[in-house]
Ligand binder design. Sequence first.
Ligand code: IYR
Length: 220
Amino acid sequence: MPARMIPFGLPQRTESWMLGRADALLAERRARRSCRYFSDKPVPRELIERLVAVANTAPSGANCQPWRFVAVDDPEVKREVRVAAEAEERESYEHRMPQPWLDALEPIGTDAHKPFLEIAPWLVLIFRVDWEIVDGEKHKSYYPIESVGLAAGLFLMACHQSGLATLTHTPSPMRFLRRILNRPDNEKPFLLVPVGYPADVCTVPDLPKKSVSEVLQWNR
Ligand code: IYR
């Protein structure tokens, strides 16, 4: 049955307001960096809840919202995640990642040690839901990868715009997350996001972004 229709409801803005807003957003976004050295300073649970609420506004295929967020601040669970992630990462760095991949990571300076998985006050695990049972019936999700990617992007943006640092971490493979977090088998780990404040001494690699002209074409 078609849904009830309601007004679109977008407030009208002047072009100069919009340009100013976009410039301000760009300046804020340019300051967003992946954080690998976190402080253990606590972040309130209600803030995490609001940031997930922002992510939950993402568009999704057929409005399925095929994402689940698991927010972890229990030190015991964080420790288990760290131990399992580091085991996979050691295997990846030593045996699984081909040399060109290791070369590509060299400027970032990563290795198999992931102390931030215990130090960051929150680990937010994002799962992709490929199907779910609603009223006893199995419903497939549409465009689950694209949808959960959009929700994850909004979550990262919400964190940064609210003053928090994040890392997009994907220890590979991430199957262990389903076991540790008791998630059902219709959910696949998509992204592991440590959230918190940067450590007092936190450096980041000085890496450039492509210019807009490299990523934007006008017409043909
Ligand atoms: N998962 C590993 C390796 C790694 C892979 C990519 I692609 C990165 O952008 C960064 C790291 C790790 O987290 O160290």
